[in-house]
Structures are given as structure tokens and as C-alpha cells.
Design a protein around this ligand. Sequence first.
Ligand code: SF4
Length: 438
Amino acid sequence: MESQEQSRTALVEELMQRFPEVPREAVIKEDLLRGGMAFDESALSDGGDVKPKSYFIFSFDHRTLPELGAAALNRPPEEVVLTGGPYELRRTVVSVRVNPSSPYRVRAGEDGSLGLYLDGHRIADVGVPPMPDYYRHTLANGKSVMEVAPTIQWGYLIYLTVFRVCQYFGAKEECQYCDINHNWRQHKAAGRPYTGVKPVEEVLEALELIDRHDTAGTSKAYTLTGGAITSHIGGKDEADFYGQYAKAIEERFPGRWIGKVVAQALPRDDVQRFHDYGVKIYHPNFEVWDKRLFELYCPGKERYVGREEWHRRILDSAEVFGASHVIPNFVAGVEMAEPFGFTAVDEAIASTQEGLRFFMSHGIVPRFTTWCPEPTTPLGKANPGGAPLEYHIRLLQTYRATLEEFGLSSPPGYGPPGPGKAVFSVSSFMDSLPAKDD
Ligand code: SF4
């Protein structure tokens, strides 16, 4: 056990040495995102002062809620911020993905201050997000702001999962790395409040509280998202369903936040409706580049739209939003998931780079989320350790090089880039790009 634990530190340090152009902060952050972190009781809040993990769309945990025990009852923080330690980390915001068996552990040191420990050695000071004022208020019907309009990225982004399930349903349609439908079921089973379809009025009421109490103006953007809608909800198709929220928000708070929507790659007329409703940034996520893996991992997307059509629609949407405001996501790491993924890091990087070049040659800058192998998903079950850390580090290097090759820079709506400055918490791509103002 000891040698295995030691090897994690050795792996991290070896990669820091081999890839000195990738910030050390990003190496630690990617390792935490792909493999999670454990929390000592001493690091768990009993509620009150620390902003708790909101489970804003997927579980992003390595265990189910019943398996997490205390780490589920006393919620861990939404994010942690790392600084200092032997690697002299600059301020690094990391989304919390709980894994009780991770070699990374957050606990209080002898002086009571929280630290991040790897293989038993303290490697960073840990800060936790304070409970925002707007979380201390409830809607008239008693619902919490955290349930209706949680914020992530250290308060920068209001995450509006207005439809908590996906109409791609079951093994033949759900994306193979996605636990949105399971996360819905587990929160319901635990008796937690978890609104399936959020009424527009509730969203507006929660935003009103944020607007009033976020006096520092930390919140800068909102994302409208949820599952794919293949038929209708309340008589509305996907563009009108998600668009109605943007319309209401922009009428009530014109220009207060940058509006974004994550949805399927829709036909151009539908995309135009998103734009007309007031959405500024469109995320038609392509998930994984390789054709065979897309067909295997995203059977719903393949069935309802198809890979080539999905890509064509992404390019078309640039004519509506402008290329810089079309930002498709991919799930970094699933390229290497067993049993179907690439087995060599070189091949996985080459495939993903082909996709980056395809979009970037049209001025479209994709971004990524580091894959969290959630245990109830087919890919998570088969790959509890996620993808190799080397893949993630080389992806950061390749991403930056490809961006520079096409003369592009970091996408809008993600806060500032640069080590020590980035707030984007579910990947370190923003930590790895040169600093500039958002
Ligand atoms: S489209 Fe795929 S990734 Fe998105 S919510 Fe549905 S199953 Fe999950």
C-alpha cells in the first residue's frame, strides 16, 4: 500500500518535471478532478459558514450518496482553493469530487488550518468558499437558492439546470459517462429537494436574491442547461423550453449576466431562436471526437442527430452567434476509457487534436470538462481510476499549442485565464493559458 501511495506523489512530480510548460497547479488540479479527494470529518462543515456542494447537474462523485456516509450528510464544500505548499501553488480553484479512497485528503492540521495531504504529506493550504449571502435566503415557497440557482466557479457562474433529467433514457440512449438520470434518482431517494423542471418564476425569484445580495458583483454569467429534450416539455421543444428562461431573465435583468445555453446541436432556425431570446453563448457539446467512440458513448446523440450532422450544426451556429461565442465541450479522458477507448496516450491526444483543429480552423474554441468516472455510469464502472494523468497533462499542452497555432485565445464567459487567476473549476484549461482580462 505504501509503495502504491508513494507512486502517486512520484507520478505527479515526474509529470511536473517532464512538462514544465504546464503549470504545476494544473497537474495537481487535473489529478484531483480525475480521481477525487477524500475529506476527514475535521474538514466537513456542519452547515452555516461554508458554501456546500450543490450537485448542480451530475453527481461528480466517485461514490453514490449512500456509500459516502458522513461526506454526504455533512456536505463537503462546492470547491476548494489551493495555495502554497512545497510546489508553491498559486491560487487554484478546484471543483470537489468526493472519493473516500483517494490518496488526496483534506483535513485540519495541528494548528486547525485546513490542508491538502497527498500520501500523508501536506502539499497545499486549503481555503473553502464562504456561504454566500444569497444562500441564506429562501424563496417564498421555502426552496433554497442553492437548489434553484446554485453558483459555481467561486461565485462567477450561476448554474441553472432547469431540467434535471435527460430524455435520452436507458442504456441505448444515455451518454455512457453521464449520471444525470441516476443523480436525479439518488437525490429523490435521499429525500433531498431536487426540482425536475424549474418553474421560470422560481428561477427569477432566486436570481432576484442573487442580484440583491451579490453586492460585490462576483456573479458574471448564467448557464441554462439540463437533459436533452427529444420531444416536448409543457408543449415546448428544446429551443423554446430553454429559451423561455433566457427571455424572462433578459427582460427582468437586461445584460446583468452573460447568458449561456448548453443544448443539443440544433438546426439553424432553432439556434436562431436561442439567440433571439437573448442567449449570448451556445454550447452544443460534441463530447468526444473519435467517430467510433462517439457512436459508442453517445448513442442518443448518434440516433437523434448523428455525428456528422452534429458537427455541421456546430459550424452553422457560428453564423448565428459568431464563432467566438460557440463553445462546444468535450469530456476529457473518456477517449482512454476501457474497453473501447485508445490504449496509448499518443493516439488519444492525436484524435482529440484532430477535433480541436477541425473546430479551431473555423474560429470555434472548444473547451473541456475533466472526466469524473462516476460509479453508476458504464464507463465509470469499468474505469474507476479515470484516464491516465499523463493524458490530461498532455491535453493541456496540446490545447494551448493548437489555440496559439490558430491565433485564438481563451473563450469568453469563463472568467480570467492564467495560473493563479482562473476560477473555472471543472478543468484546468483556463489555469494553463496565459493571463489576460476576461
Ligand atoms: S445528452 Fe448525454 S451528457 Fe447530456 S444529459 Fe443527456 S445523457 Fe447526459
